[in-house]
Design a protein around this ligand. Sequence first.
Ligand code: SAJ
Length: 416
Amino acid sequence: MANRFEHISVIGLGYVGLPTAAVMANRGIKITGVDTNASTVARINRGETHIVEPDLDILVRSAVSAGNLKAVTVPEPAEAFIIAVPTPLNGDNSPDLGYLKKSAEDLAPVLEKGNLVILESTSPVGTTAKLAEWLASARPDLKFPADDPEAPDINIAYSPERVLPGRVLIELVDNDRVIGGLTKACSDRAVALYKQFVEGACLITSATTAELVKLAENAFRDTNIAFANELSLIGEAVDVDVWEVIELANRHPRVDILRPGPGVGGHCIAIDPWFIVASAPELAPLIKAARGVNDGKPAHIARRAAASLDADDGRPIACLGLAYKANIDDLRESPAIAVVRELSALTAREILLVEPHIDAIPDALADIPSAVLCDLDDALAKAGTIILLTDHGAFKSIEKSRLADKVLIDTRGMWR
Ligand code: SAJ
């Protein structure tokens, strides 16, 4: 079997799939991207991107014009398949593997002897084996690792994406990769694939270990942010500046407290810990409590802002930043959105929304009549209370004199 993969298919062209496809295509590999959304597919085939990530537009344009990247809505045969579809939560916080199951059903008919299938989506422990079962039941004519571990027709591995939004193109190449094959040979083939564009180390383990590694990374961060958020509530209650506490505590050689904020957002850290809780509910009280602390922060900020409204002579409230973190356009699970919703339930006061990365009010806030999108200058001129929710660079340079006559609630510690 040749060691170099010349034609790879990426299933799911979102925040992870599209950058991965574009990076590989720019290394001269022929890439077929698959997405069920026809308008996403059409855009990519025009050399355009549907997500904002530094330099991604340049990479996609050059890959498409060089003929190395094309997008389709239904899988086509390839040597290897990388699956990067969403794995969201159900209403009861259990994992929803519906997109993954559908992608397995769509992929099965085009599988050929010798193919490698890699799952990159964040997944509960045991999902890679389940994916193999779904594919095997649709293709009884092929041997899978469970049928013949020594010489299967199809190799299957799990390798979680670990890239940080805002640094995706750098981290895709530089980060170490954890690679868990269903057999050692599956891992070796997946390593060969990633070596074609990854400069970090490729670390081999089992599929179940790799699945839990990914969940552990994000639960670790969530738990540590929850500690900082809990400390900020305590600081407020005892009237001590939490930022100074953290700065001084972090001068201890073995203490490294993260930053408090309005809560935790994004499509990963606010979600993945629940995958651990769902698989071992009695054994995960700390992880569950951390979710509760972080999810409770937006309501706390809203209550604090509403309580200070008497002091600001009836002028509107400005919320600076809607994105879930600094300098990106991503509003998914954003705690800023939750703050605005909570606040609108507590006051009829006009809420001016300032988010430099969007040009229309997001759907999640469209039903709130008191909330309007506004530019920064206007908001600073009109508002009596300002809540800083996202630490975008654009807000850092606001002159102090423009904030002088206002109530300030700085959830990110940006203006201290
Ligand atoms: N946050 C704080 N305080 C902090 C750090 C972060 O409140 O000190 C908040 C942010 O404002 C944001 C949220 O946490 O709302 C998450 O932001 P983040 O920058 O920590 O992480 P994500 O969600 O953008 O990306 C994470 C990363 N995981 C880890 O750092 C362990 C990334 O490497 C993963 O690939 C990504 O999740 C993912 O896709 O799983």
